[in-house]
Write a protein that binds this ligand. Structure first.
Ligand SMILES: NC(=O)C1=CN([C@@H]2O[C@H](COP(=O)(O)OP(=O)(O)OC[C@H]3O[C@@H](n4cnc5c(N)ncnc54)[C@H](O)[C@@H]3O)[C@@H](O)[C@H]2O)[C@H](O)CC1
Ligand SMILES: [K+]
Length: 497
């Protein structure tokens, strides 16, 4: 798990590394620029490219000047370096690297006002105006310059963070560089992981610049990033003599007459993710479809609800396609009144909770709520921004002692301990109907198999996104049914490599 940091915490890690490694701050800047250049050389090896580098006079600008020097040394000789000279203030390392650059045969231009900058054709534009030191909205000449650069046609690469984008927290204005590629130092910035950054971040990459990882581990942050290697540490191979009776029995409560498909998707996903047994509590009219689509699943009739043995099940998944009818509401009430183990609550079950907040008290501890943004707002009230939503989710998951899976490009998992995990896998090609139903089935299945709820949720969320990512290499759009077919293969792949 990677701990994610705020701009202030990154600066502290920076200072700590300088004192304790020890390393000169100018050497750290050199190391950062070198890491940037390595990615650059890989992506843009053509030395004939015309490149513009825009630098500020702080350390982000300092990075830009080192990059300019390194590009020259690497044989890029069509590089023009521009310095935004809007204030007297300048950092020591900026100055040092300006002197070093002046010793090379490169052209350096000063911009005193944005209007002086003429439109220049170029292949690549490197944005090293401002980085994590941003402390207010861009105004005046800064704003004009950024807006002008955004109109330039070259491919834009931002150093550390697009100029004008705060590393975390709300946007300050819309005067932000629209970068095609951002190469960030040591960690992705929190805002890269939220939809607010989407006009400004097309693609990002993180490079290691050797900040002290022990120090980073000791800083306190609720935000973590998890990826393949983290999941692989705890995915369990099947054991000798293990049988279906030991791999959990999941009950899926889903579907209404018009939305039986959702019930089939979550039931099949649950089965294919490895639950020993899966029973579907669905409307009777869906029985034939269930038998045709998932013959391995069992059926329990809603008419026999009074005879159900709740103790038979390790976990219940409820909500996909359930509808918000009187009958659905009764089903949710029954489940909440009788089932004391974790429940995975999705879609219409969330909408029903939103209509009747009293029911929230009945949710068993360590249950999982899986809302998308709209369901989240229906349940907890409207929010004006993602940061407000994050604040609510951190608070509510602790208060209700549940996991909240807030679905997004980088799905967030909030825990009862007040942690927010960002999932790294996924693809925009997965944005299609039924994907959420599949995820609900997968989470339910992992809990049924005995994974601790936190691990079950991480494993399901990651492998769901990973399967989508793999299929997106071959498919324009990834339909939920295709993803379901992929699950056992993906779990196996994660288990062995
Ligand atoms: N963190 C690391 O590990 C390393 C970071 N490096 C680079 O340093 C920058 C951060 O540098 P810093 O000097 O702190 O800030 P900036 O260059 O982003 O800004 C300079 C300066 O500008 C002023 N300012 C802030 N906001 C505005 C505004 N809206 N309008 C006008 N002026 C503004 C403010 O005074 C700032 O101090 C980081 O991003 C990395 O690129 C190191 O090189 C390597 C280690
Ligand atoms: K920048």
């Amino acid at each position: 798990m990677l701990k994610l940091l705020t701009a202030l915490q990154t600066r502290q890690a920076d200072d700590y590394t300088i004192v304790n490694e020890p390393i000169l701050s100018s050497e750290l800047m050199e190391r950062a620029a070198k890491a940037f250049i390595k990615v650059f050389l890989d992506r843009f090896p053509d030395r004939k490219k015309h490149i513009l580098i825009f630098c500020g006079k702080g350390n982000n600008g300092g990075d830009g000047l080192v990059i300019s020097r390194m590009l020259f040394d690497e044989g890029y000789h069509h590089v023009h370096t521009y310095i935004a000279d809007f204030s007297e203030k300048q950092s020591e390392d900026y100055l040092l690297n300006l002197e070093r650059l002046q010793q090379k045969d490169v052209s350096i231009f000063y911009i005193n006002q944005a209007a002086d900058l003429e439109f220049i054709e170029s292949d690549l534009i490197i944005d090293a105006l401002l980085g994590s030191g941003l402390n207010k909205a861009l105004q005046g000449e800064w704003e004009k310059l950024v807006k002008k650069i955004n109109k330039f046609s070259g491919f834009k690469i931002s150093v550390d963070v697009p100029t004008g984008l705060p590393c975390e927290g709300e946007l300050l204005s819309e005067a932000i560089i629209k970068s095609d590629l951002t190469i960030a130092f040591q960690r992705p910035k929190l805002n890269f992981l939220l939809p607010i950054s989407s006009p400004y971040i097309k693609e990002w990459k993180v490079v290691n610049i050797g900040l002290d990882e022990n120090f980073i581990q000791s800083t306190s942050s609720p935000y973590f990033w998890f990826w393949k290697a983290d999941i692989q540490k705890y995915i369990k191979p099947r054991q000798a003599f293990e049988h279906k009776g030991l791999l959990g029995h999941a009950l899926m409560v889903a579907g209404a007459d018009e939305t039986i498909g959702a019930a089939l998707l979550c039931t099949e996903a649950c089965h294919r993710s490895g639950a020993g047994l899966t029973t579907a509590l669905i409307p009777e009219m869906g029985l034939r479809a269930l038998n045709a689509r998932v013959p391995e699943a069992m059926y329990f009739s809603r008419n026999n609800l009074d005879k159900i043995d709740w103790l038979k099940y390790e976990v219940i998944g409820i909500g996909p396609g359930l509808g918000v009818s009187e009958e659905s509401s009764k089903l949710l009430n029954e489940v909440l009144a009788n089932f004391k183990k974790p429940i995975v609550i999705d879609a219409d079950a969330i909408n029903l909770l939103a209509q009747n907040h009293q029911l929230m008290k009945l949710i068993p501890q360590k249950s999982v709520l899986t809302p998308h943004m709209k369901e989240f707002d229906r349940l907890f009230g409207t929010h004006d921004s993602w940061w407000e939503r994050i604040e609510t989710a951190l608070k509510k998951s602790v208060e209700l002692k549940v996991y909240i899976v807030l679905k997004n490009r980088y799905t967030m998992i909030f825990t009862p301990e007040g942690i927010c995990y960002f999932n790294s896998s996924g693809s925009p090609a997965m944005a299609s109907g039924g994907m959420g139903d599949v995820l609900t089935g997968m989470i339910t299945s992992m809990i049924a198999q005995g994974y601790a709820v936190e691990k079950a949720v991480q494993l399901a969320v990651f492998s769901h996104g990973y399967a989508g990512e793999q299929l997106a290499h071959k498919m324009y759009v990834v339909p939920a049914s295709n993803l379901i077919k992929q699950i056992p293969y993906i779990l196996r792949e994660l288990m062995v490599k």
